[in-house]
Design a protein around this ligand. Sequence first.
Ligand code: FE2
Ligand code: FE2
Ligand code: FE2
Length: 417
Amino acid sequence: MVSLLELTLQLSRAADMVSPELNHHQRLVAYITNNLGETLNFEEKKLNEVCVAAVLHDIGGLSMQERINVLKFEAINPHQHARIGWLLLKDYREFSEIARIIKFHHVDWNNGEGLRFCEEAVMPESHLIHLADRIATLISRDDKMIDQKDRVFEKILSASGRKFNPVYVKAFEQLKEKEFFWYDLESISNGRRYYKKIKFKDQRLNIDELIGITKLFARVIDFRSNFTAVHSEGVSAVAKRLAQHLKCDELTCKKIQAAGYVHDIGKLTVPTEILEKPAGLTQAEFAVMKEHTYHTYVLLFQIAGFEEINEYASMHHERLDGTGYPFKKKGTELSQGARIMAVADIFTAVSENRPYRKGMEKEKVIEVLKQMVKDNKIDANIVIILIANYHDINKARIKAQKKARTRYNDFAKLLTS
Ligand SMILES: [Fe+2]
Ligand SMILES: [Fe+2]
Ligand SMILES: [Fe+2]
């Protein structure tokens, strides 16, 4: 059983790591939202929902530049990333309300008219995040936060009614006098772990529910770029089929499937500007790219019950001869699941079509894999099984990626509509 909350928090953290300028932005906003909601006596369920929405509110900011742009108090074109966030999350049952809150988190209060936007109802919770978000953007890291309380409040007050619900601004007026609030914000922004924790309601997920949420994660990870739009779905499908052909037990197969979905979660920390430059990366850019498996490991490490999934997911760039990264593990130090993931990742990467090139044909793929076996990079037995079941495994990849591609195309269409 794994905690939905821990998973959500790690997804949020990964998204905030794309630039130090973001300074734990989503966590800060969630913290401010929580305290405003408590001051306003929000009932527990509502408070919990709005806090989870806050922790993921900018998940739709696909590029680093976009995320940084909306950190300006008068954000330019802020609704796009809010809409993307909604699109990414809305189909996961547990997140449907949360997605609706996120969709309108930049709508101005407009003296009450902001309860509707583009002919749709806007939830009051969206306005609470809007205020918390703007408070967070006004706070600078350069000075002691508590010394900024009056400046921040004056600025918020000057937009009360126009941008923000005056009732919520009143709540902030009360909150800003409490020293702990500023001390906590300082602590969060310094990446420290001690602060008055948000009382999130949590939920335990069984393995099938876990597969549902990791599939959603795959979308958040992959949809950042047209280049990778269906990669994790492919890796997951191939890894699962391989595990089945290798006669792994059912639970292990499912764990491997989940690991496939999240194996590149560390890529959320890589700016899209680098992700979209497949060829000709500078040395510095490649160094950033290479770090992604390390981040996958550290992010998943925080989740209790994820030990095996993490072991499978994070070692996909390790090689049997010890020349992989980032742990330089070799031979028997690599579990069967990790070896499967490495083969699935390579197989999918060379077989899948990308916007800038076509995938390799069967003969070429087999040649590449065999050469890697010869060089003692990947597991010979797994490659034998793959070749013996090539058609079946490749079919599973194509099917999963086709489905994901349709989804991605719908997603891209909705964005331009
Ligand atoms: Fe935003
Ligand atoms: Fe934000
Ligand atoms: Fe990777």
